[in-house]
Design a protein. Structure first.
Length: 335
């Protein structure tokens, strides 16, 4: 048995459906699952997700779930439960051969045969954000971005579920994400992703994928700017096939922007096929009701409460001390 899955709240279901449909079209031998970091909503007709299984996070019995929904924002919450879903599937299916995670804003363009082949000899597969050095200039991303946010992009992770080494990694990783899976880059914390910098040191048999066709995204488009079409396949400049594209930070409301965070791809000439990829993705988002799904609030997240919790201890202390102090001074000099 082979499983590919994603994790999202109801507001990202349009993207998740594109992922699931594209994966099953190219890989009909896979089971695709959406791990729903939300409650099932009465406003959604989930039969829309044909051939896709949806498992609400409440069904996988994370021991501290009631605690993490109080301390995490929506991004922290969705990323913190990733190791737990990996563990759930590994325990649930004895005949599981391959398990792969994809972010919901990924689209699959080819079969996953090469990933499966690599997993015959490796326990874990990772994709680095970039594969070539970047000169110092005014474009983003720069190399220091990846030193802050992670060398590897955790929008993709593939494991051999029969490997004790991989299961040990999940146990270690889950402990970090559930306890301190915060987005606090200045404290050396970036949700689930930054920890995996350490994985090749702590664990054995980890393969870093070098082909351009895995996890193409706005942050590496400057080095993967040449894609050409050959019949129904896309071919990269290193002659690898485009297996999956990560449409990270793309907004259907601003289709002229490939990314709101990165502009380095503007420093190179992009092949027309890249624009074709974004145009078809935009069309699929509209087709899959992005306008409807994107407005749905996650049941577990109270934004106002989370903003209060993000205040630093210093801010809290000042907030408690300064008003009485100011009143005292004012009274003294206004007598």
């Amino acid at each position: 048995m082979k499983i590919a899955f994603t994790i999202c709240s109801n507001n990202y279901l349009a993207q998740a459906k594109i992922l699931g449909d594209s994966l099953l079209e190219k890989n009909p031998n896979y089971k695709f699952v959406i791990g729903l970091c939300d409650l099932l909503s009465d406003d959604i007709d989930y039969s829309f997700f044909e051939n896709i299984e949806i498992i609400p996070v409440s069904q996988i019995n994370i021991y501290c779930f009631d605690e993490i929904i109080k301390k995490y924002d929506i991004i922290e919450l969705n990323t913190s439960i990733k190791p737990s879903f990996f563990k759930y599937f590994s325990n649930q299916y004895e005949n599981l051969e391959t398990i792969i995670y994809f972010d919901p804003d990924i689209q699959i363009f080819n079969n996953l045969f090469l990933l499966e082949k690599y997993l015959e000899d490796s326990d874990v597969l990772l994709t680095p954000h970039i594969l070539n050095p970047i000169s110092v200039d005014d474009f983003q991303p720069s190399e220091n971005i990846f030193l802050n946010y992670g060398i590897y992009n955790l929008g993709f992770l593939a494991l051999n579920p029969k490997s004790k080494n991989a299961i040990d990694l999940l146990e270690w990783w889950e402990d970090k994400t559930l306890r301190i899976g915060f987005n606090r880059v200045s404290d050396g914390l970036f949700v689930d992703q930054l920890w995996i910098n350490l994985a090749p040191i702590f664990f054995n048999n980890i393969k870093v994928l070098q082909e351009y066709g895995f996890n193409v995204a706005p942050w590496n488009l400057h080095e993967r700017n040449s894609i050409h079409r050959n019949d129904d396949e896309y071919i990269m400049s290193d002659n690898s096939k485009l297996v999956f594209y990560h449409f990270s930070s793309y907004s259907h409301k601003k289709p002229e922007l490939f990314s709101k965070y990165y502009d380095r791809y503007n420093s190179v000439v992009l092949s027309k096929e890249i624009f074709e990829l974004y145009n078809q993705y935009h069309y699929k988002l509209i087709q899959n009701k992005i306008a409807f799904f994107s407005e749905i609030k996650c049941h577990y997240i109270n934004i106002e409460e989370k903003e209060v919790k993000k205040k630093s201890l210093f801010e809290v202390v000042l907030g408690n001390i300064l008003p009485p102090f100011i009143n005292k001074v004012a009274k003294k000099y206004l007598k």
